[in-house]
Design a protein around this ligand. Sequence first.
Ligand SMILES: [Zn+2]
Length: 250
Amino acid sequence: MSFVNEHQLRQEIVEIGRRMWEKGFLAAADGNLSARIGPDRLLITPSGLSKGFLSPDQILRVSLDGAVLASNHPGARGLKPSSEMMMHLEAYKQRADVSAVIHAHPPLAIALTVAGLPLDADVLPEVIYSVGIIPTAPYVTPGTPDGQRAVSELVKVHDAILLDHHGTLTVGASLTEAYMRLERVEHSAAILLAARQVGELKRLPRAEFEKLCALGVCARQNGLHAAASEELPEALVQQVVTAVLKQMGH
Ligand SMILES: [Zn+2]
C-alpha cells in the first residue's frame, strides 16, 4: 500500500475542512477529519477548533490504538485529538481499503434522522451507484466510546452512515472520496426533504434499482468489500442485490 506524503495530507485536511465549513457541513468546533499516513498511524484533526480555519501544523499524528505520537510542530502543542477519534479508528481497523474518514454535522441529513426518516436509497440513481445503501446508526451520546460501537458493524460494508440525531460518517480511499460521499449524502437529504414537502416519494422501478446496484457499490456491500466488484460472478451480484432489496423492504 502506498501513501501520499504527510505534508500533502496535512494540506488536504486543512483544505477539505475549510470546504466543509464553507458548505455549512459543520458549526463551531464540530466534526473531524483523518487520513492514514501508514498501515498503523494516521493524521487527525484536534478537538475544540473550527475545522474551517486549521493550519497544517495543528493536525495531530496518532497510532491506530489512539496514542498521540510525538510531533515537532509547535502548532500542535497542547492540542488533543478529536473526541470522536475512536469512531475513526474503528473504520481503519475494520477496513484496509479505507484511507480517510470524515465525521460531519450536515444539517439536512441530521434533520432526516431527527424526523425519524431514512435516507432512502432507491430514489436517486447517483446515490445507488456511488454510495449504495446509507444506513442510520442508532443514537448514542456523541464523543463517548458508544459511538465506536454504534458504527462498528455498519462501517464494515457501508461507505456512508447517518448518525441518529448527530451527523454523518463517511469513509474513502482518499480524503476527496470521503468528502464527496459527504456532499452526496447532504445533497440527497436536501432532495428527499424537498420532495417530501410537496408529495409522496416516487421510487425508481425495482429493475432500474437492481441494474444500478449491480453496476455500482452495492455489489461490494453486505460483506463483500474485500472482493472487487468486477470479479464477482453474476450469481453473487444477484444474491447481494436481493439481500439489499430485502433490507429496504422490497
Ligand atoms: Zn459530532
